[in-house]
Write a protein that binds this ligand. Structure first.
Ligand code: ZN
Length: 138
């Protein structure tokens, strides 16, 4: 079995931002030379997510509005922020949107459904973050 590990570096311009990772993950798959296997992609931070959905900007805006409704930014409303942090909402948003995705590799390609792409969801950005890509197979 072969394996390939990569760390994608991200630093979003905005505090809340969705970034398409599909091309970067496909590049790592090409480097790996793996034809059949599994590809794990996960955020290494507890205030950002990795998820699969449609590459449609209206939907991305809907996701950001939806998580803001469920876990609004509130400097004084969360116990976590009493520690001097300001990102309790980001921890909750990350949990809603998920930590990782696993995609099957078939014939050297990410075996997506018709509209699936991989996204990074940042909820406490404007600083350096990492995403792990781990590909195993043969
Ligand atoms: Zn925190």
């Amino acid at each position: 079995m072969k394996s390939h590990t990569a760390y994608l570096q991200l630093k979003t311009r905005e505090r809340y931002q969705i970034v398409n990772l599909t091309g970067a993950v496909e590049q790592e798959l090409a480097k790996s030379g793996i034809r059949e296997g599994l590809c794990l992609v996960n955020s290494m931070h507890i205030t950002s997510s990795v998820f699969i959905n449609d590459n449609e900007s209206g939907l991305h805006s809907d996701f950001l509005k939806w998580v803001e409704k469920l876990a609004p930014y509130d400097l004084h409303g969360y116990s976590h922020n009493l520690t001097g942090e300001d990102n309790a909402d980001a921890h909750l948003k990350r949990t809603i949107m998920g930590r990782e995705v696993v995609v099957a590799i078939t014939g050297g390609r990410l075996d997506f459904g018709p509209w699936e792409q991989i996204f990074y969801g940042e909820f406490d950005g404007q600083r350096s973050k990492r995403v792990l890509v781990k590909i195993i197979g043969e």
